[in-house]
Design a protein around this ligand. Structure first.
Ligand SMILES: *[C@@H]1O[C@H](CO)[C@@H](O)[C@H](O)[C@H]1NC(C)=O
Ligand SMILES: *[C@@H]1O[C@H](CO)[C@@H](O)[C@H](O)[C@H]1NC(C)=O
Length: 996
């Protein structure tokens, strides 16, 4: 069937396009580019010094010399560093001129080329907005094409985001080798991608998949032992060579060599032309770390291209320097009708039969966790600062200082989204660099949060006049901020050093609380406090440490250690833990979870959880290895332990179940699970959320650990996991000739679930992991990996993953009917990402009930409907002017009055009878808790386009006719918007100034 389709296809194209290969020469678009990993083997600073700065300096110079030359600048981080710290005034002038002439073109425009498998859409949007804001403000340009040549697989969310940002075409490269092969043969590398099943054609985008040569030029030249079309050789670290002579520089193009070069290039062009429907070949000229010495590059390519064009009749090929937009422009004008791809993604990704790039989903768990934490901190700081600016434009928190803190964290969070950043595929020193940038910027954001919390409803500035009082030293004050635009009731955990406590809210009323010895330390106590907060509100809580605890003091009950050897008796003694939603049973013969009954339907599901390990091969001579990219199981997983201990701490707010997992009968345990079951009967506290935190590590070498949740759910090894937290993907188990285990691993960014007709088990996560269902009823999450191998390439670049850290990821588990969990999991995932910010503050010198007459939060709540999520609320600080040419001359203060608001509908069409409906809200009313809205302007995803003036290219598809352009748009001076399933809508909002 595939064969017939291919023939029909070829015939149809032949006629519709009417191009006969022999007559018309192939038109080749030679696109000069340099793939510059922001941080991979070398740090940003090392890369800037060794080559990255030279790329922009030398390209600027060389393009200015010859008007045919072109270059595409792909990521912004290096460019911005060059622009701010290296570029001379002359170079800046030249750059502006080159951009004007369309010869230097910014592609993607984000800070980095973000990873597609393990990043969250919040951060993908952030890093794009960060780069787009800079480009628009500085040059007035808005990138309209992507160049995702290196991310390890392609997500279906990326094309949606790029479409929303106003892009006209998308470009990917790394997809399964066997699939690419078929697509090449059938000329199906280009298609129109409808990444979202709800948004469909509304946000579709033309997508070009690079052929098997990908983004590099062929490096094999039959007549040369050097490196092909890379006349500048390879970059040298740590210092560029003083004499300008780099290693591996190719033979120059001379009278003697030009024909051989031309022949090689033409053959390659013809080979590629056969895989595409039109007579145009995209010929990327470059690779990793190229064009740091552009004069050598262009001075050799110029005569070579001239030679080919002079002989184009004979070669059947013409060549020209081009930007990416020139290539896409030409394809667009060919007026062909393109096949449509639905919302399937290209994950996971394999390069060869035993090379499944599914290991990086779990590589460097700590970095993945910190990156998400930093993103969540940024979100909280952005929302709070925005509220503060609207309410107190002349308040005492210096706005420039505040914006600097936010910008630093935006930069750090953007940077780590790089496809060798959050993926965990970088060298150890680069991982440390990312961590350091994140942690430093997070500290800045904490300072900002602290300043915003304490002001303007001034706690008295610390005074030494306060009477010394023993009571006072036994007090602690915390502020709890809910950064979401929903009201919440939840439990926060404050670590304290006293065994008994009492908690009061800011009205002096006692608050339900529970205290117990901490799960992870003998010296501290966990104090659980039930907090009720409105959307975007914070409250202060006072913790006192009296002798007689008002908080419920929970005491642990320990259960005798059970060995795996004694499993035969299992199932006799079942110990229940009951909440309003569930009955959990624990088996006293195994000390493991036995089953969970969800009480709403009184349905029991057998569930047990434990840890298993894959033993990785580290010897390249003994078969395929696992490394930071690749997962290559050396057989199936084995049980990771010999014995289990259990402790149950029955509580009035939470019941905690602690599992300590032992390798052997020794005192030391390496793994643990802490499960918290909310116990608040009859309160607003949601009971469906079972919170689990795991502790693992340090692992022994060449170990990959998975948490296995084995259930009676008949999922037939099908699972669902999310693309970037935006949408769920169905992952059907597939059998392959080779490597079936590793190729059935998938990324989980926020959510994974398994289900049958009756029940669904959902996990939501605070960081990315790999997930799989290798056996019916099983959901396996890879949490941590430590690997060492003897592959020369890995060793040379220090890319073995000898990660000896202890990791503590959190998953929330939910069980219920498919319809009940459909209502919950999206919001739960968002709530896990944006847990309340708990911040200790200095204690005021006076007892605060006296000093603080104000009741409740100083901020009014802001609440969106349950299916809408406040995706962003921030003050970007950009200076844009609606008159496109004017804003380039603005060199004023950052704009503190332009508020960026982004709202997302969390549900897919048809997912829930109620929650999937389009929602109409009046923004003026929805935001009135913040201030009085004066004006609203709808913008593209990254804010750079007025949505009314944004016209993306419409690529022809067979079903063009049924395209509904029913974009319901807001009328001017009406504040009502309707947000449909999975829509993300971005606005600039202006508030009435409160300056007097
Ligand atoms: C495609 O259509 C456009 C407008 O309809 C036209 O200007 C252009 O010449 C066409 N291109 C080809 C290759 O037919
Ligand atoms: C949210 O909480 C606030 C109080 O903090 C309350 O005034 C408001 O009515 C609540 N809104 C909703 C939708 O529950």
């Amino acid at each position: 069937m595939g064969f017939v389709a291919a023939v029909v296809f070829a015939v149809c194209c032949w006629f519709s396009h009417g191009v006969a290969g022999q007559e018309e020469p192939i038109q080749t678009f030679v696109i000069p580019h340099s793939h510059m990993d922001v941080g991979w083997v070398y740090t940003i600073q090392e890369s800037m010094h060794a080559y990255a700065a030279n790329v922009y300096s030398s390209v600027t110079e060389e393009l200015s010399k010859v008007k045919e030359r072109r270059f595409i600048a792909v990521e912004q981080e290096f460019f911005r560093l060059w622009w701010d710290t290296v570029a001379s005034d002359t170079q800046k002038k030249q750059v502006r001129q080159l951009i004007k002439e369309g010869r230097l073109e910014f592609i993607i425009g984000g800070q980095v080329m973000h990873d597609e498998a393990v990043t969250d859409l919040d951060d993908d949007i952030l890093q794009m907005m960060e780069g787009h804001g800079f480009l628009y403000e500085t040059f007035g340009v808005r990138p309209q094409f992507s160049w995702h040549v290196d991310p390890f697989g392609a997500s279906a969310t990326t094309p949606v985001l790029f479409a929303l940002a106003g892009f006209n075409a998308h470009l990917i490269s790394r997809i399964d080798y066997d699939l690419k092969d078929i697509m090449q043969k059938n000329k199906k590398l280009q298609f129109v991608w409808r990444g979202s099943p709800s948004l469909k054609s509304q946000q579709e985008i033309f997508t070009h998949t690079m052929d098997q040569f990908s983004y590099c030029t062929p490096s094999y030249l039959p007549f040369s032992n050097c490196s092909g079309f890379y006349w500048n050789g390879v970059a040298l670290f740590p210092d560029p060579p003083k004499d300008g002579v780099y290693p591996n520089m190719s033979l120059p193009v001379t009278k003697e060599t030009v024909h051989a070069y031309a022949k090689t290039m033409v053959e390659n062009i013809k080979q590629r032309a056969a895989w595409f429907r039109t007579n145009h070949v995209l010929w990327p000229w470059g690779c990793d770390k190229q064009f740091y010495n552009s004069s050598v590059q262009f001075n050799n390519m110029d005569p070579l291209m001239k030679y080919i064009n002079q002989n184009s009749k004979e070669f059947g090929v013409t060549v020209q320097y081009a930007t990416l937009s020139e290539y896409f422009q030409t394809i667009y004008q060919s007026n062909l009708t393109w096949e449509v791809r639905g919302s399937e993604d290209f994950l996971p990704y394999s390069t060869e039969p035993y090379q499944a790039w599914t290991g990086f989903y779990a590589s460097r768990n700590v970095l993945k966790g910190v990156a998400r934490q930093a993103s969540s901190r940024l979100y909280a700081a952005e929302t709070l600062f925005t509220r503060y600016r609207i309410s107190f434009p002349d308040g005492p928190v210096a706005k420039d200082w505040a914006l600097d803190k936010l910008r630093a964290l935006r930069w750090a969070v953007s940077e780590v989204q790089h496809h060798d950043g959050i993926t965990g595929t970088e060298s150890p020193k680069v991982a440390d660099m990312y961590l350091q940038h994140l942690l430093q910027a997070m500290m800045g954001a904490e300072e900002l949060l602290a300043a915003l919390f304490l002001l303007p409803h001034n706690l008295q500035s610390p005074s030494i006049l306060g009477e010394p009082d023993i009571e006072q030293t036994l007090e602690q004050h915390v502020i709890v901020y809910n950064p979401l635009a929903w009201n919440i009731t939840t439990i926060v955990n404050v670590t304290v050093t006293q065994p008994s406590a009492a908690v009061f809210d800011d009205d002096g009323q006692p608050v339900p609380a529970q205290i117990q010895g901490s799960a992870h330390s003998n010296a501290t106590y966990d104090l659980f406090i039930v907090v009720e907060l409105g959307g975007l509100q914070y409250r202060k809580y006072l913790i006192k440490f009296p002798e007689n605890s008002k908080a419920y003091e929970a005491k642990a009950v320990s259960f005798e250690r059970r060995s795996v050897k004694d499993r035969a008796k299992a199932g006799r003694l079942l110990l229940p833990v009951l909440s309003e939603c569930y009955e959990l049973l624990f088996d006293q013969d195994t000390n493991l979870l036995h089953s969970i009954t969800y009480l709403e339907e009184k349905r029991r599901v057998m569930i047990t959880q434990d840890f298993w390990e894959y033993d990785a091969n580290g010897d390249v001579k003994a078969g395929p290895i696992s490394d930071n990219y690749i997962f290559s199981a050396n057989g199936s997983a084995v049980r990771a332990y010999k014995a289990v201990e259990m402790e149950i701490i029955p509580g009035k707010i939470v019941t905690e179940i602690r599992h300590h997992i032992y390798f052997g009968y020794i005192f030391y345990y390496a793994y643990s699970i802490t499960t918290r079951v909310p116990e608040c009967f009859g309160t607003k506290l949601p009971c469906h959320r079972l919170e689990q935190t795991y502790s693992l590590g340090p692992l022994s070498l060449n170990t990959e650990v998975v948490l296995r949740t084995s259930t009676s759910v008949k999922n037939n090894r099908t699972l669902y996991s999310d693309d970037n937290g935006y949408q769920m993907m169905k992952r059907t188990y597939r059998k392959f000739t080779n490597n079936t285990l590793a190729r059935n691993y998938f990324p989980m960014v926020r959510t994974a679930y398994i289900e049958d007709d009756l029940s669904r088990l959902v996990l939501v996560s605070d960081r990315a992991h790999g997930v799989s269902s290798q056996t019916d009823g099983q959901l396996e999450v890879m949490l941590h990996r430590r690997l060492w191998n003897n592959l020369q390439w890995n060793l040379g670049y220090n890319l073995t993953l000898n990660d000896s850290s202890v990791v503590r990821p959190t998953l929330w588990m939910m069980l219920g009917s498919v319809s009940a969990t459909s209502k919950l999991y999206q919001r739960e995932a968002v709530q896990l990402q944006h847990r309340p910010v708990v911040m200790p503050i200095d204690q005021p010198q006076k007892p605060w009930q006296v000093k603080e007459p104000k009741r409740g939060s100083p901020l009014r709540s802001v609440v969106l409907p349950p299916n809408l999520h406040l995706l962003s609320l921030s003050i970007p600080g950009w200076n844009y002017c609606s008159n496109h040419s004017v804003h380039l001359n603005l060199h004023s203060q950052p704009d503190y009055d332009r508020i960026l608001l982004r709202i997302m509908h969390l549900f897919e069409e048809g997912e829930d009878p109620e929650l999937s409906k389009p929602v109409t809200i009046n923004l003026k009313e929805a935001l009135q808790g913040m201030g009085e809205v004066k004006g609203v302007e709808e913008r593209s995803l990254t804010g750079t386009w007025d949505i009314a003036s944004l016209q993306r290219w419409k690529w022809k598809t067979a079903d063009n006719l049924e395209k509904d352009n029913k974009q319901q748009r807001r009328q001017d001076d009406d504040f009502t918007v309707t947000i449909s399933p999975k829509e993300i809508r971005t606005f600039f909002v202006h508030f009435v100034s409160r300056n007097f």
